[in-house]
Design a protein around this ligand. Structure first.
Ligand SMILES: Nc1ncnc2c1ncn2[C@@H]1O[C@H](COP(=O)(O)OP(=O)(O)OP(=O)(O)O)[C@@H](O)[C@H]1O
Ligand code: SF4
Ligand SMILES: [Mg+2]
Length: 320
C-alpha cells in the first residue's frame, strides 16, 4: 500500500491585473503518493507553473486570492507563517526546478558554489560541509567533481540542466517539482535527462510533480496524470488508464495531437485557443472547443465524477 505525501484541496491562486482577476489556479485538488510521479499536463497558459508556485509558496506580489489546503503528510502547510514555511518546508521538504532555470544560473559564480548556496542560506551550513554536499549532489546527477570550479558558460545545456537539478536535490527534499525540465534541450539531451530523473526517483524515493505541455514526453515518467485546462484540473487517472483510454474530451484531443511513427494516423489539432482566465467561458471552460458539448455544458460548470480506482473526470458526459 502506498502512503499519501501531498494533498491539494480547493487550491486557488488568482492574480490582480489591470484587465481584471486572472484565475490561474481554480479549486485544484489532487493527491500525490510517496514515490509517485504525477505528470501535470496542459496547453501553455493553463496555470501549471502557477499551481507549482502555489504549492511551494513562491508568489508574485499581485496576488488577489491564495486559499485552499495543501496537506503535507496530513499537515496543512497553508496555515504556516512565511517564516515557518521557509524554515521547514521550502527546499527541505518540497523543492523545485523552475521553468527555464538552466538559463538563470548566475554567470559569474562557479557551479559548485551555486549548488552549495541553498545549504549556506537555508541550512546555515559552514562552507566546507556545504561544498562537500554540493560535490555529492553534482555526482548524483552525473557531473564530475572537477566541474565544481567551472562557470555556467563552460557547461553544455544538458550539464546546466543537471546542475539546476542538483541545486534542487542538495537539501534532500521528499518532493521535487519539475517545471518543463527538458523543454529547452535537444532530443538526445532530453532523453538523457529523462533517464536521470527516472534513476533519481528510484534511488532517492522521490515524489515528483512533473510539469510539461508535452503529453508524449509525460508518458515516460508518469505514474499518474493530471490534465489542466483554464486553471482547473479536468482529469486525473493512473498512467496506464490515461494513455490507453483518456476520458475527458480535452484529454482525448491532447492525446490525438501527439504524432506517432507507428500508424498512418495524422496528428489532430485542437480547434480554437485556450480561453482568457479573466473572463473564462460560462459552464464548462472547454465547451467552446469541445466536439462533444451539449446544452448543459455552456450553462453549468461540471462537478468531478469518479469513474472508479481514482479516475476523476470533470465532464457532464459522465452524469449521463
Ligand atoms: N504574476 C502574474 N500576474 C498576472 N497574470 C499572471 C502572472 N503569472 C502568470 N499569469 C497568467 O496566469 C496564467 C497561467 O500562467 P502559468 O504561467 O501558470 O501557465 P503555464 O501553464 O505554466 O504556461 P506555460 O506552459 O506557457 O509555462 C496565464 O494566463 C498567465 O499569463
Ligand atoms: S462538460 Fe461538455 S463541454 Fe465540457 S468537456 Fe464535457 S462534454 Fe465537453
Ligand atoms: Mg509554465
Amino acid at each position: 500500500m502506498t502512503d499519501t505525501i501531498l494533498q491539494s484541496r480547493n487550491l486557488k491562486l488568482y492574480y490582480a491585473t489591470r484587465k481584471g482577476v486572472v484565475k490561474a489556479v481554480n479549486n485544484v485538488s489532487f493527491d500525490l503518493q510517496k514515490g509517485e510521479s504525477l505528470a501535470l499536463v496542459g496547453e501553455s497558459g493553463c496555470g501549471k507553473s502557477s499551481l507549482a508556485k502555489a504549492i511551494i509558496r513562491l508568489l508574485p506580489r499581485n496576488i488577489a486570492t491564495y486559499t485552499g489546503e495543501v496537506l503535507l503528510e496530513g499537515q496543512d502547510i497553508m496555515k504556516l507563517s512565511d517564516t515557518q514555511f521557509r524554515r521547514q518546508i521550502r527546499w527541505k521538504r518540497i523543492s523545485m526546478v523552475f521553468q527555464g532555470a538552466m538559463n538563470s544560473l548566475n554567470p559569474v559564480l562557479k557551479i559548485g558554489y551555486q549548488v552549495a548556496e541553498p545549504l549556506l542560506i537555508h541550512e546555515e551550513l559552514d562552507k566546507k560541509e556545504a561544498k562537500k554536499r554540493a560535490v555529492e549532489a553534482l555526482r548524483i546527477v552525473g557531473i564530475h567533481e572537477s566541474f565544481v570550479e567551472r562557470y555556467p558558460f563552460e557547461l553544455s545545456g544538458g550539464m546546466k540542466q543537471r546542475t539546476v537539478i542538483a541545486m534542487a536535490l542538495v537539501t534532500n527534499p521528499d518532493i521535487l517539482i519539475l517545471d518543463e525540465p527538458t523543454s529547452a534541450l535537444d532530443v538526445i539531451t532530453q532523453a538523457n535527462i529523462m533517464n536521470l530523473l527516472k534513476k533519481l526517483k528510484k534511488e532517492m524515493q522521490l515524489s515528483y510533480i512533473f510539469i510539461t505541455h508535452d503529453i508524449g514526453l509525460s508518458s515516460e515518467l508518469a505514474d499518474k496524470v493530471a490534465v489542466m485546462y483554464a486553471g482547473e484540473i479536468q482529469e486525473v487517472a493512473d498512467a496506464d488508464t490515461f494513455y490507453a483510454k483518456p476520458a475527458h474530451p480535452y484529454s482525448q484531443k491532447l492525446m490525438a495531437s501527439v504524432p506517432t511513427l507507428r500508424t498512418e494516423k495524422k496528428p489532430e489539432f485542437i480547434p480554437g485557443a485556450p480561453p482568457s482566465l479573466v473572463n473564462p467561458p460560462s459552464g464548462c471552460k472547454f465547451h467552446p472547443r469541445c466536439p462533444s458539448a451539449f446544452d448543459r455544458c455552456s450553462k453549468e460548470n461540471p462537478p468531478v465524477f469518479d469513474l472508479g480506482s481514482g479516475h476523476l473526470v470533470k465532464c457532464w458526459w459522465y452524469a449521463k
